[in-house]
Design a protein around this ligand. Structure first.
Ligand SMILES: NC(=O)c1ccc[n+]([C@@H]2O[C@H](COP(=O)([O-])OP(=O)(O)OC[C@H]3O[C@@H](n4cnc5c(N)ncnc54)[C@H](OP(=O)(O)O)[C@@H]3O)[C@@H](O)[C@H]2O)c1
Length: 354
């Protein structure tokens, strides 16, 4: 079975990644793309500021860009809508869509912490998908959220460590790429020869969303995992793609560096068996042993941008484990994860629409 899908906000950095990945997807037909009114009724190639290394797919170049409104969506009748809008716009449009009965995979930060809204990082918490049933009281459709980019990368490595050794404290200091700020992101005058030690609301997102992603399914929705806490400090750096995160953590059990590495390498996926989805990387976590890796320029495209790369795993004199983790923010941290969630929905489609 193939599914008809739409990308809302197709001209932005996440939207472009979605469009690119969906243009050659084995399960999804991209039947519509939208942007703001200024760009509507024009060809995609004439209005998009194409920012990917790869060439724009020919099948997309001539597509008409639609205005972002419900009438357009109704006329196209998609099975799944991917939204990649600024939060202020998304918080209204996502809800209009789910009220109307659509299945929505949304990248913006609105509603991420709602108990009955799955916040998915599929290899970590695919089983959270079932709580979408609880939305039946509010909406005809279903809302699924893609986590914050730095959080998707972090929780992928926290999961096997939590499962094997327990967690008490996690401190993370991020070095986040410019593309994380969107297409009009940060001006060159602000970032050249510079590092900016602030990204609005980012620390709270990492701290809170991690506890939801590693949380527990209950009859009332997701219960946050309160057995550990996360404290984050974020920085915008002069790198195009790839967030590097410096992680310090304390486990419940005393553990050796080699045990940590083994648990990361062996990690495949969570409880849902046969999570065979086309966008899922063969090896979600890659561990490198060189003293100076991972690095954004060299490591961000591992697993087609869907794997995260861990390096410099070490232990200090007080038994704190330290390492660096790198992930492609617009793929693993955004569009790639969004499509993986779309695939998980497609696999469970009949259950979800009931
Ligand atoms: N970049 C990342 O790494 C990343 C990671 C995770 C999550 N996110 C989240 O994903 C969302 C999209 O991020 P992005 O980086 O792709 O942003 P972006 O580059 O700024 O793109 C925003 C998109 O939304 C459209 N848009 C803006 N205002 C609109 C309006 N009033 N009506 C209809 N369309 C409108 C834009 O269309 P026009 O071109 O016509 O203006 C564009 O297509 C954001 O909520 C962001 O926080 C981003």
């Amino acid at each position: 079975m193939r599914f008809n899908v739409i990308v809302v906000g197709s001209t932005g950095l996440v939207g472009q990644r979605l469009v690119y990945m969906l243009s050659k997807h084995p399960w999804f037909n991209l039947i519509g793309i939208t942007a703001s009114r200024d760009k509507a009724n024009k060809k995609y190639k004439d209005v998009v500021k194409w920012s990917l290394d790869s060439k724009m797919p020919e099948s997309i170049m001539e597509m008409e860009v639609y205005d972002t409104n419900l009438d357009i969506i109704d006329s196209l009748k998609p099975d799944i809508v991917f939204t990649a809008l600024p939060t202020e716009v998304s918080k209204e449009f996502d809800i209009q869509l789910v009220k109307k009965g659509y299945i929505v995979v949304s990248h913006a930060s609105n509603n991420r912490m709602d108990k009955e809204v799955p916040l998915l990082n599929p290899e970590v918490n695919a089983d959270h998908i079932n709580i979408s049933k609880l939305q039946g009281n509010k909406w005809k459709g279903k809302l699924f959220k893609v986590p914050n980019c730095a959080t998707s990368i972090l929780t992928l490595v926290l999961k096997p460590i939590y499962d094997n050794f327990g967690l008490r404290h996690v401190f993370v200091s991020t070095m986040q790429a410019l593309s994380g700020a969107g297409i009009n992101g940060v001006s060159s005058m602000a970032i050249l020869d510079n590092i900016i030690p602030f990204i609005e609301h980012e620390e709270e997102k990492i701290e809170n969303e991690s506890l939801k992603i590693l949380g527990e399914v209950t009859s009332e929705g997701i219960k946050l995992n309160e057995s550990f806490y996360v404290s984050a400090s974020v920085h915008r750096v002069n790198v195009l793609e790839g967030h590097l995160e410096s992680v310090y953590l304390k486990t419940n059990k005393d553990v050796d560096v080699e045990d940590i590495k083994k648990s990361l390498i062996e990690f495949k996926e969570n409880k849902i068996k046969n999570l065979s989805l086309p966008t899922k990387p063969l090896q979600p976590i890659i561990v490198r042993n060189e003293k100076d890796r991972p690095q954004p320029r060299f490591d961000r495209n591992e697993g087609n941008g869907m794997s995260v790369v861990v390096g410099r795993v070490r232990k200090d004199s007080r038994n704190w484990i330290k390492f660096n983790v790198l992930g492609h923010n617009t793929i693993r941290g955004a569009a790639g994860n969004g499509i993986l969630i779309g695939e998980l929905i497609a696999k469970n489609y009949n259950d979800i629409i009931q």
